[in-house]
Design a protein around this ligand. Structure first.
Ligand code: PRT
Ligand code: ZN
Length: 287
């Protein structure tokens, strides 16, 4: 382990595992199928990946066993570890939310006074209750929090929600959001100089992969006369590239656009005279 490689702690098996490995592969890292191994070394970068339970990652990074780690903000702030958050990664998004039985009502947070709330996130919930001056009892549960109201253990729950299906299945409904979370890259606060250099190289690649994920490459043909209007429609990061075509009245227009805006603009482009519209994925993007 003392080989000078940068050490990254990743969730071994869970919701963040596949997307984290995908991000690393999009950074050009050659990582073998980790299957049951505890440590995997990238074949083409001085990086060791330590596969751990997500709950242990903040502490391993603050202790320096790992230099960096990927973990949900919910776990990070619940554990209150002394690490530095260096990137938000845009996946693993969810809300830590209060939920109550479908047949109950909760119009104001103050109605939680005197109630029992079951959660696996007692610290985040405590902070929220204190901030809102609510005096409720926190029932700490390690798993299956959603069944506690039907068992009579709690009046409400505070748990992670993403699609809301688990709440529905358990006849619960969401009331208030306590905390919003996504996966983040964290770093030990006193990382060695040599490893910091490796981290800087990795961060350039991570930023490039993250930028590429949210952008797409848009191509189309257009009459020269429509160019002004088309340029106004394109939400381009930089001004679009205009290329001549064999037909002197036509041009090709290329631009990098925010991926989610394509469906809002394609009709306007067509109406303005664009044709042969293509939208392509971008693998990497260095700005
Ligand atoms: O074994 P290990 O301890 O490593 O894993 P774990 O079981 O503790 O964690 P895991 O893999 O479930 O979640 C890892 C991280 O993913 C969390 O810390 C969050 O940051 C993030 N994440 C995103 C979620 C969800 N979405 C999510 N929906 N974590 C858990 N859930 C659970 C939630 O607890 C509830 O049971 O999914 C259910 C609700 O989902 P919906 O879609 O039905 O609303
Ligand atoms: Zn866990």
């Amino acid at each position: 382990m003392l080989n000078g490689n940068l050490k990254l702690a990743l969730q071994k098996r869970g919701r963040l595992t596949d997307k984290s490995l995908q991000l690393l592969r999009n950074c050009g890292l050659d990582i073998e199928d980790y299957s049951e191994r505890l440590i995997v070394t990238a074949r083409n970068f001085a990086l060791d990946i330590l596969f751990l339970r997500d709950d242990d990652i903040p502490e391993y990074v603050s202790d320096g066993v790992a230099d960096i780690g990927i973990v949900g903000e919910d776990v990070l702030y619940e554990r209150n570890a002394d690490v530095e958050v260096i990137r938000k990664l845009g996946y693993g998004k969810c809300n830590l939310s209060l939920a109550i039985p479908e047949n109950k009502t909760l119009n104001d947070i103050s109605e939680l006074n005197g109630k029992r709330i079951a959660t696996s996130y007692p610290n985040l919930l405590k902070k929220f209750l204190e901030k809102n001056k609510i005096n409720a009892t926190i029932v700490e549960i390690s798993g299956s929090v959603e069944i506690t109201p039907s068992l009579g253990v709690a009046d409400a729950i505070c748990d992670l929600v993403s699609t809301g299906n688990t709440l529905k299945l358990n006849k619960l409904k969401k009331s208030f959001d306590v905390f919003t979370s996504e996966a983040v890259l964290i770093k030990n606060k006193s990382i060695e100089e040599e490893k910091n250099k490796l981290l800087d190289i990795l961060l350039v690649r991570i930023d490039s992969a993250l930028n590429a994920k949210t952008s797409k490459y848009l191509m189309m043909n257009a009459p020269k006369s429509a160019l002004n209007e088309i340029e106004k429609i394109i939400p381009s990061l930089k001004s679009p590239t205009i290329l001549p075509l064999a037909d002197p009245t036509m041009v090709a227009v290329h631009a990098v656009i925010p991926a989610e805006q394509f469906w809002e603009i394609y009709k306007k482009l067509k109406d303005a005279g664009a044709s042969d519209i293509l939208l392509l994925p971008i693998e990497n993007m260095i700005l």
